[in-house]
Ligand binder design. Structure first.
Ligand code: ZN
Ligand code: ZN
Length: 307
């Protein structure tokens, strides 16, 4: 397993190093060695596959959404992820799109989840508004084999949190088309759980959400500012990954990275795909290697896992 990992890094480092040498060989040999060492020095880091907003449905295109192309785009991501020695994969919501019946929509879920499941035995699903539009939360979670809609887990020296913002302002969970998509909320019980969960961990934290916690427009969680205060007060959160907006976006708020990932569904053809590999290094540095339309990021936090 480790051998595959090192092999992958070695190859990329060689390619990048090679390009650097061509550009600067006469000027800076030390720079080359430093880059090579940095690219290769992640023996205890984590590698995580990320994708979002697949919106799979067996129905004709609507606007820029080509529902029937999702399986082909997912197959490309799966092929890439298969070469990356990932610890786990996270799907950040809107895995499916709506059908005119519960049974048909469950068929969409079964089909796309069969292909997504083949990527890794270790998977985490964030609920998106489209996941629980026709289906109830119980039906969606049963369909993907996940117990809870919000949860947390440790991997390596890091703590990961999955949030569920698919609740109306009155606390009612989404399902059976009982909501407006702009009415996304994290109810008091979940905020309390989040505060306690953050208190209980000694590790640096990475959060996964669907609706956005960094904006106050229609794409934002209505009580986003309250949730951000809880994340900030913990002093442990490195980054929040989100979907829902379908576009690359990034904000830093109070020292926390809020990264919105590009949707897989938008646009036709392989060039309009989008997915990424996140690498979390032991010093807390996070690197996002984006494929196709997904942007790249490198956040050298320099914060140690032993916060
Ligand atoms: Zn979406
Ligand atoms: Zn959404």
């Amino acid at each position: 397993m480790r051998q595959t990992d090192s092999g992958g890094f070695g190859r990329r480092a060689f390619l990048k190093g090679g390009a650097l040498v061509l550009a600067t060989a006469a000027l800076d040999v030390t720079g080359f060695h430093e880059l090579f060492a940095r690219e290769d020095a992640t023996p205890d880091g984590l590698r995580i596959g990320l994708l979002t907003d697949l919106h799979y449905a067996d129905k004709p295109r609507a606007g820029s959404r080509y529902y029937r192309e999702t399986p082909g785009k997912l197959a490309e991501a799966a092929e890439r992820f298969g070469r990356e020695d990932l610890q786990f994969v996270v799907e950040l919501g809107d895995l499916i799109d709506s059908a005119d019946s519960v049974a048909t929509e469950q068929g969409y879920l079964k089909r796309i989840n069969r292909e997504f499941s083949a990527i890794s035995p270790n998977r985490h699903y964030v609920l998106g508004n489209h996941c629980v539009s026709t289906l109830t939360k119980e039906e969606f979670l049963d369909g993907v084999g996940q117990k809870r809609s919000y949860d947390s887990f440790d991997h390596g020296q890091f703590h990961f949190i999955v949030l569920d913002s698919c609740f109306r302002s009155d606390g009612t969970p989404y399902g059976r088309r009982n909501f407006e998509w702009t009415d996304a909320n994290i109810p008091a019980a979940e905020v309390d759980w989040l505060r306690d969960d953050l208190k209980a961990t000694a590790n640096p934290v990475i959060v996964f959400a669907h609706q956005r916690l960094d904006v106050s427009n229609s794409h934002g969680v209505k009580n986003g500012p309250e949730v951000r205060r809880v994340l900030e007060a913990s002093g442990k959160v490195l980054a929040v990954f989100q979907g829902h907006s379908h576009k690359n976006d990034y904000k830093e708020i109070a020292g926390i990275h809020y990264c919105t990932l590009v949707a897989m569904i938008e646009g036709s053809g392989a060039e309009n795909n989008g997915y990424s590999v996140m690498e979390v290094r032991p010093d807390g540095t996070i690197r996002i290697q984006g494929f196709r339309k997904q942007a790249d990021y490198l956040w050298p936090t320099g914060r140690k896992p032993s916060l």
